[in-house]
Design a protein around this ligand. Sequence first.
Ligand SMILES: Nc1nc2c(ncn2[C@@H]2O[C@H](COP(=O)(O)OP(=O)(O)OP(=O)(O)O)[C@@H](O)[C@H]2O)c(=O)[nH]1
Length: 379
Amino acid sequence: MAIGTSLLVGYYVYTARQQLGTDYTALVGDIVRAQQTTPQLDHALESFIDEPILLHLGQIHHTLWLSEKYLDHVRHGLNQHPQLHRDTAYLEEDFALLSKQLLELEERAKAALVDRSLLPELQRLSMDIEATMAWAYSELNTAVHSAAGRQRLIMQRLSWAVTGLVVTVMLIALALLAAVLRLQSQRNTLKMLMLTDELTGLYNRRHLVDAASRELNDAKRHQQPLSLLLLDLDYFKHVNDTYGHPCGDDVLRKVSQQLRRISRATDIVARIGGEEFCLLMPNTTVNDAESVAERIRHAIALEPLSHLNTPFQQTVSIGVTTSIDGMHSFEQLYSLADQALYQAKALGRDRVESIHPSYPFPASQPNDTHQQSFNTLTG
Ligand SMILES: Nc1nc2c(ncn2[C@@H]2O[C@H](COP(=O)(O)OP(=O)(O)OP(=O)(O)O)[C@@H](O)[C@H]2O)c(=O)[nH]1
């Protein structure tokens, strides 16, 4: 909007300046040319008075023709500027007198060609004409210059007004833009807050469920595997009870950092409960998912933790499940991973257990003794 307004106003000022400037330039040019005829006429008359011959009469005739022509141009030019015309109305009489004197001069010059006694009278008339011309054109010059000055002042004020307007419009546009950006950023922050966990900065359960449905659709469309890891810290209550809740929070943050570090950019890491985490891994096979789970388990067990210089260790139990073609719902996969996690806890904790969905045809290589039929499990 600001750019459009600036362009429009700029174009208007440009055309206004051009128009006014051109008009005055033409008029001033005509006045200067008209003034220049005075010395020419003077010179022609001098030549004629010195030697009143036909050739010099011709020069007078030509100069008078020029004088009348430029006088006409000047009067016509004045008519184009009503204000200036009004300001110089008092010169009309002088212009009329000048026209009359120029005609008379030509007549008298013709008469003086045959009767030289008329030459002094001719000289007097020419002096009168010069005086009238000098006075009228000088007055006209002054009037044109003061009108041009007024015009410049108006243009200058107009330019200031336009500049002010453009700056105001631009400031308003900038303020609006800033407000929109601020709103957008607040919206993004709010959205992030709604989708993330405050303590760890990981995604929350709500985002996980949404993302899982999208990822499962993709996996189904491209016939790709998708794996789900459920993680639960072992004996975390003990950490809280022994070292305090803030220390427990610190452990949760460190576990989150490890999860972020080990997972890929396309994985979705979420904190879904107090000390429960979930890792959704698109395009990840059974073997890869189990190997990631093992890496996480090791990394957390090796994480150096301490409270008031007392070192302690935190372990994690992990349940793994993989859909090899995305043909399962999130609830089905979650239920299998949860049962695998339960097994890991039951078998002593600090371990990874897997339970994968069963397929009508052998679709994957079972690689652990904990694989069970999804159909059996969901009964
Ligand atoms: N510091 C901290 N503790 C939390 C948070 N959310 C849940 N907890 C604690 O996590 C502990 C979970 O304890 P339990 O469910 O008994 O599980 P556990 O002690 O880890 O035992 P197992 O899971 O059976 O190995 C409880 O003490 C909760 O108070 C949290 O945001 N910060």
